[in-house]
Write a protein that binds this ligand. Structure first.
Ligand code: AMP
Ligand code: GLY
Length: 425
C-alpha cells in the first residue's frame, strides 16, 4: 500500500519507521518530513495544510492511504476535504474529520462534550470578551492555583497556571481583551485545578469499536524535577506503573467508553486516534484534555511497543472492522529522551551539525527537528532535535541505555533531562 504521512516531527519518524516494517508497506512518502523520515521513505516539500498540493500529489503517486500526524490539518478539515472530493473520497484518511478534531480544536467544545456525556473532568466556566467582568468575578471566587486556557489551538502554549490571583486576572485580560493568542483566545476556559499525576492514553477507533494502545507519560517541563517552562515534551515512558489493571478499568469504564459512545450519540464520525490527557487524582481518572492525534514524544515510546502490523491497524480504522484486528504489545518498558537545542523552549539556534548518529547502539533514534544540508550532513532544524528510545525490563534499565546514547549523539548546545521516569520509581 502506498502511503502519504503528514508531519515532520519525532512522532512522524516513529510512525514512518513502523509503517516501513509492515508487510503491506509500498511506497511511503512523508510531507514535509525530516532527515529521519528520509531514511524510511521519500520526503516531499508540501505543507501539511496545502490541501490542493496534497491532492495533486496523492493522485499522481497513486497514494492509497493518508496518515495524519499533527492536529492542524485535521482541525482545518483535511479528512472532510478528501470525503467531499470526487477523485479523493475513496482514499482513507487516518485522523478524524473536522467535527471530531474539535475535541482538540476547542477547549470549550471538549468541556461541553465531557459534561454532556458524564465524563469526569475539572469544573469550569467559559468566558468571551463581552464577559470579561464576569470572568474576573469568577477568578476572585476561586482558590489558587488558577487554570486559564485559550479555547483554540495555541501551539501548546495556551494554558496558563498561576498561584497569583492578580496575575490570573491579568492573563484573562491579555487573552480576551488583547487577543494574546489571536482568535484562539477569543474564548477562555477557566477551570478547577486538579492535583495528581498525569497519564497519556491513546485510543484507536473506527468510530464504532476501539483499541487501547500502550499508555505513556510525557515530561513537559524543560528542567529536572518538572521545573521551568513548558515544552513540547522532553521525554516519555511507556508502560506507566501506576496505570495498573484497577486504574485502567476505571479509565475504560468512566472515560474511554463514554467518549466513544458520546461521539456516536452526537453523530460525530471518528476514524483515527484519540489522545486522552488524564490526571490521576487519588486513583480516579479526570480528563485534562483530548487531542485528535497521537502525542509527541509519547509516540516515540508507544509505537516501538506495538508488535502488530501498523498498516493492518490503520486498515481496521479506515474500514470499520477494527474489532476484528489483533493488537499485540511488547511487555518491556520503553524510555524516550529528547535532545533539545540550546535556548529551547524560548528562541533557539538551528543548523548545528549532529554528530555520532552512527555510533548509537541498543537504541532507536527518531529525528524531530532535523534536516539534511547541501553537503549531506544532518543538522538541527528545530527546538526538539532527536528522540532516543530504548527498551528495558524496567524504567531504570531502559533509561540507562537512552542516557548512554544521549551522551554519544552530539551537537553544539545539546540539552536533555536526565530524570525522565524518575517520578515513577
Ligand atoms: P492542556 O493543554 O489542556 O493539556 O494543558 C497543559 C498542561 O497544563 C497539562 O498537561 C497539565 O499539566 C496542566 N493542566 C491543564 N489543566 C489542568 C488542571 N485543570 N489542573 C492541573 N493542571 C492542569
Ligand atoms: N505530548 C503532548 C502532546 O503531544 O500534545
Amino acid at each position: 500500500m502506498n502511503i502519504l504521512l503528514l508531519g515532520s516531527g519525532g512522532r512522524e519518524h516513529a510512525l514512518a519507521w513502523k509503517i516501513k516494517q509492515s508487510k503491506k508497506s509500498g511506497n511511503l512518502y512523508i510531507a514535509p518530513g525530516n532527515a529521519g523520515t528520509a531514511l524510511c521513505g521519500t520526503n516531499i516539500a508540501i505543507d501539511t495544510v496545502d490541501f490542493k498540493k496534497i491532492k495533486s500529489f496523492v493522485l499522481e503517486n497513486k497514494i492509497e492511504m493518508v496518515v495524519v500526524g499533527p492536529e492542524t490539518p485535521l482541525v482545518e478539515g483535511i479528512h472532510d476535504y478528501f470525503l467531499e472530493d470526487a477523485e479523493l473520497h475513496h482514499i482513507p484518511v487516518i485522523g478524524p474529520q473536522k467535527a471530531g478534531a474539535m475535541l482538540e480544536g476547542s477547549k470549550d467544545f471538549s468541556k461541553k462534550f465531557m459534561q454532556r456525556h458524564g465524563i469526569p473532568t475539572a469544573a469550569y466556566k467559559t468566558f468571551t470578551k463581552n464577559e470579561l467582568r464576569d470572568g474576573v468575578i469568577f477568578i476572585n471566587s476561586l482558590e489558587p492555583p488558577y487554570v486559564l486556557k485559550a479555547d483554540g489551538l495555541a501551539a501548546g502554549k495556551g494554558v496558563i497556571i498561576t498561584e497569583n490571583q492578580g496575575e490570573a486576572v491579568q492573563v484573562l485580560n491579555y487573552m480576551l481583551a488583547d487577543a494574546m493568542f489571536g482568535e484562539a483566545s477569543s474564548k477562555v476556559v477557566i477551570e478547577e485545578y486538579l492535583s495528581g499525576i498525569e497519564l497519556s492514553v491513546f485510543v484507536a477507533t473506527d468510530g464504532d469499536s476501539y483499541k487501547l494502545l500502550p499508555v505513556a507519560k510525557d515530561y513537559k517541563r524543560i528542567g529536572e524535577g518538572d521545573s521551568g517552562p513548558n515544552t513540547g515534551g522532553m521525554g516519555s515512558v511507556s508502560h506507566v506503573p501506576f496505570a495498573d489493571k484497577t486504574f485502567m478499568q476505571k479509565v475504560e469504564q468512566k472515560v474511554v467508553i463514554p467518549t466513544i459512545n458520546g461521539l456516536k450519540k452526537d453523530n460525530i464520525p471518528y476514524k483515527g486516534f484519540i489522545f486522552i490527557g488524564l490526571m490521576n487524582v487519588k486513583g480516579e481518572p479526570y480528563v485534562i484534555e483530548y487531542n485528535a492525534r497521537l502525542g509527541d514524544p509519547e509516540t516515540e515510546s508507544v509505537i516501538p511497543r506495538i508488535k502488530s502490523d501498523i498498516i493492518d491497524l490503520f486498515e481496521g480504522i479506515a474500514n470499520g472492522n477494527l474489532k476484528e484486528k489483533k493488537i499485540e504489545f511488547d511487555e518491556r518498558t520503553a524510555v524516550c529522551i529528547m535532545l533539545v537545542a540550546k535556548g529551547y523552549p524560548d528562541s533557539y539556534e538551528k543548523g548545528k551539525l549532529i554528530k555520532n548518529l552512527d555510533k548509537v547502539t541498543d537504541s532507536m533514534v527518531f529525528h524531530a527537528g532535523t534536516k539534511t544540508d547541501a553537503n549531506g550532513n544532518t543538522i538541527s532544524n528545530g527546538g526538539r532535535v532527536i528522540a532516543i528510545t530504548s527498551f528495558g525490563k524496567n524504567i531504570e534499565e531502559a533509561k540507562a541505555i537512552s542516557l548512554k546514547n544521549a551522551e554519544i549523539i552530539d551537537f553544539e548546545g545539546k540539552y536533555y533531562r536526565k530524570d525522565i521516569g524518575k517520578d515513577l520509581l
